[in-house]
Design a binder for this molecule. Structure first.
Ligand code: PLP
Length: 403
């Protein structure tokens, strides 16, 4: 349930892959920890114990949503930190204990928090990086993947769901291939866009590390977690008081961790119902856009896709101009990946990897649905989209590429 404040603004919010409104129940759960229960969870007194218990309860709720035990959940400040800890933590340990396994494999379509970390590891720790290509639907090429895993592959990181196009990778299969070829390789998956959208079970996926983030599932910003399979070791990247079993020093962000736990509890209960309802709206919207807006093209796999992602390219349109016009009409969505939009605007590396032309890349927008969205909101959005695209095409004297 959303708060009145988040509902009362008249925005149609279709940017839920960037961030989500916080649930009212989540805020209620957090409030005591923002007001009276302010103790440091490391303190021995009662207020400290209350905070400690809040974190423990949250750990249990997170573990239930991803199917692991509580000792395998390590809280962080969010998805970016989880990804950094997973990859840099692994690389540091490999450098110390097994320097010959200095190859890292990632897909070409990872989030920048993976790609930038990898680039740093490559430079600072002298690792070699293998990039796995994706096909035109955004799916990893399994044969190429199999070929590239060797006994020197120390770490593999493939995202479960892509943030721009919503494609779901066959992680279970990829992890199986990887472990078959090299038992010792560590398999990490960035599941930040998968959490709460599709069922997640780390044991079934048979992976070693998995990153998740609170603010993508109607929880607060400032909390995330890394699942670390029992028996898998990492080196810390933050040093200090030794919190999180000595792996992530720093006083815990108790209110956000508690809110994250509540958001996971709600997601556990409502995942199936929310998934089915949003999928229906997604299919409806995709069909309408394809049928009613000429020269439009859905990006990413039609079938292997999370229910909340709609990514389209419109010929003869600049996605940023379209976004601004929609924003003037109180409709919020994004072009490509919102998380990297404070970098100088660069063409989406994901759409590029899929082989899209420069025009199709710049003409793309992403609508990402949340459980609060309704079919009526999508109807309003599509009507506006049609109007604006038609105006812009007239203005640009657009002639389709097929003409
Ligand atoms: C796939 C993916 N990985 C990582 C991140 C970074 O997560 P956070 O914003 O919690 O740092 C994002 C954010 O959008 C994401 O979509």
């Amino acid at each position: 349930m959303l708060t009145n404040e988040s509902k009362s603004n008249n925005f149609i919010y279709l940017d839920n892959a960037a961030s989500t409104p916080i649930d009212k129940e989540v805020i209620d759960e957090m409030l005591p920890y923002l007001t009276c229960s302010y103790g440091n969870p490391s303190s021995l007194h009662k207020l400290g114990r209350v905070s400690r218990q809040g974190i423990l309860n949250s750990r249990l709720k997170v573990s239930k949503l991803i199917g692991c035990s509580i000792s395998e959940v390590y809280f962080t400040s969010g998805g970016t930190e989880s990804n950094n800890l997973a990859l840099a933590g692994c690389a540091k340990l490999i450098k110390k204990t097994n320097p010959l396994c200095n190859k890292i494999m990632v897909s070409e379509i990872e989030h920048d928090s993976i790609l930038e970390t990898i680039s740093n590891i490559e430079k600072e720790m002298k690792f070699n990086v293998d990039f796995i290509p994706a096909n035109k639907d955004g799916l990893i090429n399994e044969e190429k993947f199999r070929e590239l895993v060797t006994l020197e592959t120390g770490v593999i990181s493939i995202m479960l769901v892509n943030n721009e196009i919503g494609t779901i990778q066959p992680i279970k299969k990829l992890a199986e291939i990887a472990k078959d070829k090299n038992k010792k390789t560590i398999f990490h998956t960035d599941a930040i866009q998968a959490l709460g959208k599709i069922p997640l079970d780390v044991k079934d996926l048979n992976i070693d590390l998995l990153s998740i983030s609170s603010h993508k599932i109607n929880g607060p910003k400032g909390a995330g977690a890394l699942y670390i399979k029992r028996g898998v070791n990492l080196e810390p990247i933050l040093f200090g008081g030794g919190q999180e079993n000595k792996l992530r020093s720093g006083t815990e962000n108790v209110p956000s961790i508690v809110g994250f736990g509540k958001a996971c509890e709600i997601a556990t209960m409502k995942l199936e119902a929310n998934k089915n309802r949003i999928k229906e709206i997604q299919s409806y919207a995709i069909k309408r856009i394809i049928n009613e807006i000429a020269y439009s093209k859905l990006n990413g796999s039609k079938k292997q896709r999370v229910p909340n992602n709609i990514n389209f390219s419109f010929q003869g349109i600049n996605g940023e101009v379209l976004l601004i016009k929609l924003d003037e009409n109180e409709i919020a969505l994004s072009t490509g990946s919102a998380c990297s939009s404070n970098k100088k605007q660069k063409a989406s590396h994901v759409l590029k990897a899929l082989g899209l032309s420069h025009k199709d890349i710049t003409g793309s927008i992403r609508l990402s649905l949340g459980y609060q969205n309704t079919k009526e909101e999508l109807d309003i959005t599509i009507t506006k989209l049609k109007e604006i695209i038609s105006e812009l095409r007239k203005l640009n004297e657009f002639e389709s590429e097929s003409n």
